[in-house]
Write a protein that binds this ligand. Structure first.
Ligand code: ZN
Length: 42
């Protein structure tokens, strides 16, 4: 979806909502901020 990245603050970027590890809290991360090492991987 297009939205604002919670980490870098960029707006109008493609973000994915995902739960933080060990938390019920959701965060939206853009492609840049989303780790590719598997920490948030599906
Ligand atoms: Zn970002």
């Amino acid at each position: 979806m297009i939205g604002k990245c919670d980490q870098c603050g960029l707006e109008s970027v493609e973000v994915k909502r995902m739960k933080k590890p060990n938390s019920q809290e959701e965060t939206a991360l853009c492609n840049q901020c989303r780790p590719v090492d598997g920490a948030y991987a599906y």
